[in-house]
Design a protein. Structure first.
Length: 223
């Protein structure tokens, strides 16, 4: 009888802790996307591009910024442009990210966006440094992010690379990507970029090896 009561109690506890359908949707999408990135990175040669033709230029590896001051980077960012991806396909406008540094050096990440039916969708994740964090300086400017629930974050496939590859001198915009250049986000402290900033970002991206910027999609924010 004690055993039956114990099992019943465990089942009730699991039911109470079961995540919402919306949370499971974010987690599943995040796992699908980051699993692809991480598993390819861990298998030598997997997903490698074909060798370029003889005489053609070899694309240099993408580099993150050499360092990042973490405290000024925290706070609210507006997503103003991106390469479309599967795990944000429900977001039609008003996507923001709020970063908050934790005492252990990790960063709480809260993403919000508006869906096609006008609702606000939200995901809570965690970023952790992959560069060396010395005091408030991360060198190089590299993190990895997971939107899996905390009890699944030990999985190696649940983390996607987050490299800061551009940052305005006054911190008004930042550009995020990863080594394969398949993902790209432009973040701004304001809902819109100035034409001058957009031109400067695009010019620098071309120098960084992003040859096809036709797929860069500007993201809408409602007034």
């Amino acid at each position: 009888m004690k055993k039956l009561n114990s099992e019943s109690g465990r089942l009730q506890s699991l039911r109470r802790s079961r995540p919402s359908a919306k949370a499971r949707r974010w987690w599943a999408a995040g796992l699908l996307a980051t699993a692809a990135l991480t598993s390819l990175a861990q298998v030598p040669g997997a997903g490698a591009a074909p060798a370029p033709p003889a005489g053609s230029a070899v694309l240099a590896p993408l580099q993150s910024l050499p360092s990042l001051e973490v405290p000024p980077y925290m706070g609210t960012w507006y997503q103003v442009a991106l390469f479309p991806n599967v795990f944000q396909r429900q977001c039609v406008s008003d996507t923001t990210a709020i970063y908050r540094q934790q005492p252990d050096g990790t960063v709480e990440v809260k993403n919000r966006c508006r869906t096609a039916d006008g609702r606000m969708d939200e995901a809570l994740g965690q970023a952790r440094p992959t560069g060396t964090l010395t005091g408030t300086t991360l060198a190089p400017a590299r993190l990895e992010v997971s939107f899996l629930p905390a009890w699944l974050r030990w999985l190696p496939v649940g983390w996607g690379r987050y490299w800061v590859i551009q940052l305005a001198e006054d911190g008004r915009y930042a550009v995020i990507s990863e080594p394969k250049r398949e993902y790209l986000w432009i973040l701004s402290r304001q809902p819109r970029l100035s034409p001058a900033d957009e031109a400067a970002i695009r010019s620098r991206l071309a120098q960084q090896g992003f040859a096809d910027l036709s797929k860069l999609q500007m993201h809408r924010h409602t007034p």
